[in-house]
Ligand binder design. Structure first.
Ligand code: SF4
Length: 55
């Protein structure tokens, strides 16, 4: 099984280890995809925590 398949199957954010805003929850579950503005989707616990910010 290739590396891409492994990343897809993990129960965590794909940016673990590379994100400056990483929190404990980021390695425990995959962040949900949310629409932050029309047609702009983000999957990130940090933006949920700071709803309304421009992160
Ligand atoms: S969920 Fe957001 S804050 Fe957490 S590691 Fe991923 S990109 Fe960073």
């Amino acid at each position: 099984m290739g590396e891409a398949a492994y990343v897809y199957e993990q129960e965590a954010c794909n940016l673990i280890g590379r994100c400056p805003h990483e929190m404990t929850i980021c390695s425990q579950s995959r962040p949900p995809l949310i629409e932050v503005e029309k047609g702009h989707f983000v999957a990130c616990f940090y933006i949920n925590k700071n709803e309304g910010s421009n992160v």
